[in-house]
Design a protein around this ligand. Sequence first.
Ligand code: HEC
Ligand code: HEC
Length: 242
Amino acid sequence: MSEFTSAQEVNPLATDPRAARAGGSIFRAQCATCHGADAKGIETIEAPDLTLMFTRSESTDASVFQVIREGVPGSIMPPHAFPDTEVWMLVSYLRSVAIAGTSAQIDGDPARGTTLFNLNCLRCHRVDNRGGSLGPNLSTITNRRSQDALTNSIRNPSAEIARRYKPVTLVTADNGRIRGAVKSEDAFSIQIMDSDQVLRGFRKSSLQEVIHEDISLMPSFYESALSSDDINDILRFLQSAR
Ligand code: HEC
Ligand code: HEC
């Protein structure tokens, strides 16, 4: 994992309305060839839709700054040596085109939602400083994603797996199998959080195999496990949790 070196965690231009416009100009000149003029991505290039990025709980202004600055190693996403101010302008622009979350109050029972959450979700997800960390922190997720999108994530988690939570199975020299989420990886090493939620690092030369998977570590919650009302209660709880 690359270290985030800038001391700045918050976009210093966040309240400047001109920043997003200036960032839009830089974007069209430098990024649109891959990400599209509207930032919605170009499928043939496999450059992602950047309007959906802030809907994921691990995307912050600081993490997006870092991706723009450092690029994504192992992909065609290049690093950019722009001055900090211009990178923040790009972050402002990407915020301005981001799909919004759930603003209306979700119709559900937060007390019942708490119980259902504790039973089904808490071991993997943190909310208000309690819970596990195999999955992302859900404390502010309803700010960033719509009720429908969240329901889809719960019904079918494998449809779109969050970056930094990609499932992997490692086969060790003695044929042991370790399943977990990839936290970082390069040609020689891989760091994962295993299913017991322990962070572990491996040299690839010590492993027989690294198997990247497309089935999420999160189980699918079908209608038989959680009804639509159950999900709305959980989402209402999450909405009230901050
Ligand atoms: C040559 C094509 C190319 C150019 C130019 C490019 N990108 Fe990317 N970008 C990509 C690809 C491909 C990815 C996906 C990398 C991956 O995760 O495998 C990506 C990923 C990203 C991500 C992370 C998205 C996520 O879901 O986390 C951000 C943010 C981003 N690009 C912003 C920019 C900005 C801003 C610019 C211009 C300054 C830019 N990119 C220029 C191809 C490009
Ligand atoms: C065994 C661990 C586990 C359990 C149990 C679990 N999750 Fe997850 N969850 C994950 C992981 C890992 C991810 C990230 C990978 C992905 O996107 O599929 C995730 C992703 C999510 C996301 C998408 C987050 C984002 O940033 O977009 C939501 C929403 C979510 N879980 C809600 C729930 C709810 C609600 C429950 C209980 C009904 C639950 N999860 C139970 C592990 C779990």
